[in-house]
Ligand binder design. Structure first.
Ligand code: KG4
Ligand code: ZN
Length: 344
């Protein structure tokens, strides 16, 4: 049974994990940097890179110790090589290269988005290709046809903000601090989504693309008007965002044939209301719905190790001079969309 050490450091979570080819997570550790970034209301790249550099080596030691293994017992070392904040990505990738060189094991450079895209197959062994994937995180909002390992066709993307970004900005406007998504979800549960009228950008448009900038501005106006409870604004925002996501995903479902499932992954997939709405959409369309457990939705190293195992199984690994890629689309052939690609 193959075992891969996974390393994640592309954003504000430093993580290491050991995963086996039969989908067992032998050990995993995540060090969040929320405290370090909280005073700034968002991620400061320089602080993130330093924190990764301090924390990564002890985390790797800890997962090896927990699994009672040494590097000799590992079959490959997989690390996120992009997209993401370049300082953090370099810390993880260079560490992985050094370990691969010292232990004479293959290096596998993982696209972080591929980690999210394949994560549902780590938790669900019956999930077969092809599937329709809604990838919703802090930096990305895409609909992809996942045809196989390394074979992704982008059907839609956001023309402005990512969905997680919209949650984070709403949280900031409501003074909920950072990270925003979970805080908005908690507050929304206490509010009335009908109490504030908010727009649903691109609803009904023919291409399945996303837009959240107009919704974000409307949230700001609702807050500044002083006429609404914060909980109602949070609830109305979340409902408007979900309406958009469901409408756009429905449009994508119309464009694909013979997919095995509707799958959601990425940090926003941790949102219970989002999951429920997508599950209903899948039901209505006679599709299976698959979402990874919450711990595999937000950034983690088990999904990186798993993507490494999937790549290893297809005979792929990477040279030690692999260059970190702060921008790295899953589907390089996708047509550019006006306004899209602004965010890494
Ligand atoms: O995948 P992820 O951990 O990091 C990126 O690759 O971006 O996603 C983080 C994003 C953040 O924007 C965070 O606010 C959002 O996922 N998020 C949520 C929830 N949990 C995390 N958004 C809405 N509801 C949640 N429960
Ligand atoms: Zn992520």
């Amino acid at each position: 049974m193959e075992t891969v050490l996974g390393i994640e450091s592309s954003c504000d979570e430093t993580a290491a994990a050991l995963v086996t080819g039969d989908r067992t997570i032998l050990a995993q550790r995540i060090a969040s940097q929320d405290e370090a970034h909280r005073p700034y209301g968002g991620i400061v790249p320089e602080i993130a890179a330093r924190a990764h550099a301090e924390r990564l080596a002890p985390l790797i030691e800890a997962v090896l110790a927990e699994a009672d293994m040494s590097l000799d017992d590992v079959d490959a070392i997989a690390a996120t090589a992009g997209p993401g904040l370049i300082g953090g990505v370099m810390v993880g990738l260079v560490t992985a290269k050094a370990l691969a060189m010292a232990s004479d094991k293959p290096l596998i450079a993982i696209n972080h988005l591929e980690g999210h895209a394949l994560s549902p197959r780590l938790s669900d062994e019956t999930l077969a290709f092809p599937y329709l994937l809604l990838l919703v995180s802090g930096g990305h909002c895409q609909l992809l046809l996942v045809e196989g390992v390394g074979r992704y066709r982008r059907l839609a993307t956001t023309i402005d903000d990512a969905l997680g970004e919209a949650f984070d900005k709403t949280a900031k406007m409501l003074g909920l601090g950072y990270p925003g998504g979970p805080a908005v979800e908690r507050l929304a549960a206490e509010g009335d989504p009908e109490a504030v009228s908010l727009p649903r950008p691109l609803l009904g448009s023919s291409e399945p693309h996303f837009s959240f900038a107009g919704l974000k501005s409307a949230v700001l106006r609702a807050k500044q008007s002083g006429e609404h409870e914060d909980a109602d604004i949070a609830a109305a925002f979340q409902q408007a965002a979900i309406d958009c996501v469901v409408d756009r995903t429905r449009r994508a479902i119309e464009r694909v044939d013979d997919v095995n499932a509707l799958v959601v992954a990425g940090g926003v997939a941790a949102n219970a209301a989002v999951r429920l709405a997508l599950e209903e959409l899948a039901d209505t369309n006679g599709l299976r719905f698959v979402a990874p457990p919450l711990s595999l939705c937000t950034d983690n190293a088990a999904m990186i190790a798993w993507a490494g195992l999937e790549r290893l199984a297809t005979g792929q690994n990477d040279p030690l001079d692999f260059v970190a890629r702060p921008r790295w689309p899953l589907d390089p052939d996708a047509e550019p969309v006006r306004g899209a690609g602004v965010k890494a």
